[in-house]
Design a protein around this ligand. Structure first.
Ligand SMILES: [Zn+2]
Length: 417
């Protein structure tokens, strides 16, 4: 789970829990939890997922029986900040450190629990809605930075924004250890997610470059494999920043030139060379989603089409299109033709019109099922796959067929071993 050659590495999400660097234990199971020995006890970076908490606890305790002095959440996401319970149940009382926006995130999770559970079900193709609703609240938060001394060993925490507004990274200068949470995930940055709250690409690029200036020897990411070597670490950080800047700069230039969101969405492309890096492939998020996210951040929600400002319901629009076409059957046969020609993008629009005009029409639902099965097969981004699979399943349910569940937390990477 360590590479010194990120250009030729094979990223993985799962591996044997083990000591990967001096005094640093790693538990890689979708998300990476790290435990570091300090003179005063253990520092736990990202306790992890609630359903893997027992595994984290058992393997960490098999590695060290030193008391858990401190835990830090690099951000409050469900896969990072929900694994402390077995340590607490065993009577440990660590300081729990997080950036100051983390508690607000937990409050929001409480307010929007059902919504988030359904997002996660759809995104990861789970069989049921799942989302945490019990929180191990931070005991110490900080705004910009925090320095903690474990005897001789100094640990610094720095606030960041990127995938979330409550991120931080952890820097251990004496060891040149850098724990970055999801600022590096061995994927194109998760900063466009179509179903989730605002992400911050520009601040993300800034903090990556700030971290590159630290001259770390070890980079411990939130997902994927550890990077060892000063040049390797700097390259992963600076190239990820550059990947973001290429998209950000195009969006800004086009926005400031007065282009519509539609033109900007279709016009912006990621850097073709950087997109091939093993640590920047878009198997989770999608560069076009980053464009959308920037438009949301810097623009209003209006899409540039005046009819969409105060629109008719989709079903009414679809009924009008079906009538123009001469009936739903014409839409279905046109959708089939498009699918056969390989144009699954347009076929999906036609399938939506057909099923929204006539939800009980079996041929329309069969078209929708087959269109999104194709789009699912063609999609490389897990976030797109999740939405296409959900749409396929909606059609299957309408047809009385059993829905299909998906790949779970594979994130497009090799799953085990
Ligand atoms: Zn994560």
């Amino acid at each position: 789970m360590v590479t010194t050659d990120p250009l030729n590495a094979r990223p993985r999400l799962y591996g044997e829990p083990q000591e990967v660097a001096l005094d640093v234990f790693m538990h890689p199971a979708f998300v990476n939890t790290y435990a570091m020995r300090t003179p005063l006890g253990l520092l736990l970076v990202d306790p992890g997922l609630g359903n893997l908490a027992d595994s984290v606890h058992q393997t960490v305790r098999a590695w060290s029986d030193a008391p858990l002095h401190t835990a830090v959440y690099t951000h409050g996401h469900a896969d990072h900040a929900f694994g402390l319970r077995p340590f607490l149940a065993a009577g440990e009382r660590p300081q729990i450190i997080a950036q100051e926006n983390c508690p607000q995130r937990f409050h929001r999770y409480h307010l929007t629990h059902g919504w988030n559970a359904r997002i996660n079900q759809r995104q990861f193709s789970l069989t049921a809605p799942v989302f945490p609703d019990r929180f191990d609240w931070p005991t110490l938060t900080f705004r910009d930075s925090l320095t903690q001394r474990f005897g001789e060993l100094e640990v610094r925490y720095y606030a960041a924004k990127g995938e979330t507004d409550d991120a931080c990274y952890v820097w251990v200068p004496a060891r040149r250890y850098l724990f970055v949470g999801d600022l590096i995930i061995w994927q194109a940055p998760n900063c466009g997610n179509p179903q989730k709250v605002q992400r911050y690409p520009l601040e993300w690029a800034n903090v990556l470059e700030e971290m590159a200036g630290l001259e770390a020897e070890w980079l411990f990411p939130g997902h994927g494999i550890v990077v060892h070597g000063r040049d390797a670490v700097r390259m992963v950080l600076t190239e990820t920043a550059r990947y973001l800047r290429v998209i950000i700069d195009q969006v800004l230039e086009r926005m400031n030139a007065g282009q519509t969101p539609e033109e900007i969405f279709h016009g912006v492309e990621p850097d073709s060379e950087l997109s091939k890096r093993p640590f920047l492939q878009a198997r989770y998020d999608h560069p076009k989603f980053i464009v959308r996210n920037l438009l949301r951040l810097w623009g209003g929600w209006w899409n540039g089409n005046a009819a969409d400002l105060l629109p008719a319901p989709w079903a009414t629009q679809a009924a009008e299109i079906a009538q123009l076409a001469g009936g739903v059957a014409t839409l279905v046969s046109r959708g089939r033709a498009l699918l056969e020609q390989g144009d699954s993008v347009m076929a999906a629009h036609v399938a939506e019109w057909a099923t929204r005009a006539a939800p009980d029409d079996r041929a329309a639902q069969m078209l929708k099922r087959d269109v999104y099965t194709r789009r699912l097969a063609e999609a490389e981004s897990l976030m797109a796959q999740g939405i296409y699979r959900a749409a396929t399943n909606d059609a299957k349910v309408a047809l009385g067929e059993p829905p299909e569940s998906g790949v779970g937390l594979g994130m497009g990477l090799e799953s085990r071993g």
